[in-house]
Write a protein that binds this ligand. Structure first.
Ligand code: ZN
Length: 59
C-alpha cells in the first residue's frame, strides 16, 4: 500500500476543488495562504456556486 494517498474533494454541484484528503485528514482550501486540516465529517460551502457540501466519511 502507498504510504501517502491523496484524493480531491470536489463540489458535488459544480466540481470546484474544495479540499484535498491527505492521510486521513481533509485539507480545506480556504485560501492559498490559510489552509487548514480537519477530520470527517466536515461541511464546506463551495466558493464557486455556494452549494453546501458534506463529507461524512473519507474515501
Ligand atoms: Zn460548487
Amino acid at each position: 500500500m502507498p504510504t501517502h494517498s491523496q484524493h480531491d474533494w470536489r463540489c458535488t454541484c459544480c466540481g470546484k476543488l474544495l479540499g484535498r484528503i491527505e492521510n486521513g485528514r481533509i485539507r480545506i482550501l480556504v485560501s492559498r495562504s490559510h489552509p487548514y486540516l480537519v477530520s470527517a465529517p466536515v461541511t464546506s460551502v463551495c466558493r464557486g456556486c455556494g452549494a453546501l457540501n458534506e463529507l461524512t466519511r473519507l474515501p
